[in-house]
Design a protein around this ligand. Structure first.
Ligand SMILES: [Zn+2]
Length: 200
């Protein structure tokens, strides 16, 4: 699409933040299909070219590190053929946790744009401010609240379905299942719309 005006030197223009966040939201929508909390991430080069996108696959992969950001940053680095994903902008629907913030610092990204805050695990504004910590060897710009309501609505809907689903046991998600990838969820087919026994 046509872009007018100068591109910011460290990433895509602000006007495109919502556009890329929409793509991240679409990616988030794929996570509940395999019982995962809906969080999506898209990584864009300074030239405005998409490098990678992925969504939370923690339950699907039985992998505590399979957050959307980690999967996407690995894919972006793989595409570039180097671990430095410099000058890239990262669009993620939920505020990154400490693990993901660490991965993004290590990848040397230029900017992280997120939607909903995560008061229980957020590491960019809520609990920590890792993106701007002067003690670390890299910092990036943080933009919060882009399409936050839409990201929050997805998370609320996901957890509401979990609570409504006939629980195999009652130990699953209690009061703290509002927002956040850190919320313990009882995996298998927990989401009401999960396909019955798909492969793997
Ligand atoms: Zn994370």
């Amino acid at each position: 699409m046509a872009e007018s005006g100068a591109v910011a030197d460290i990433g895509v223009p602000n006007a495109n933040h919502a556009l890329w966040m929409r793509a991240a939201l679409l990616e988030a929508d794929l996570a509940p299909l395999h019982g995962d909390v809906p969080v999506g991430c898209v990584i864009v080069s300074a030239d405005g070219v998409e490098l990678a996108r992925d969504h939370n696959r923690r339950e699907q992969n039985a992998d505590p590190t399979a957050h959307a950001e980690v999967l996407a940053i690995r894919a972006a680095a793989g595409k570039l053929g180097k671990w430095r994903v410099e000058r890239a902008s990262v669009f993620v629907t939920l505020e990154p946790c400490p693990m993901c913030a660490g991965a993004l610092i290590n990848a040397r990204v230029a900017r992280v744009v997120f939607g909903a805050r995560d008061p229980k695990a957020g590491a960019l504004v809520s609990l920590f401010e890792l993106g701007g910590d002067l003690r670390l060897n890299h910092r990036f710009e943080v933009v919060s609240g882009v399409l936050a309501d839409e990201a929050s609505a997805r998370l609320r809907g996901f957890f509401a379905k979990l609570r409504a689903a006939p629980a195999a046991d009652s130990a699953g998600t209690q009061g703290d299942s509002s927002v956040g990838v850190s919320v313990p969820s009882s995996g298998e087919g927990a989401a009401g719309n999960a396909p019955p026994e798909s492969a793997t």
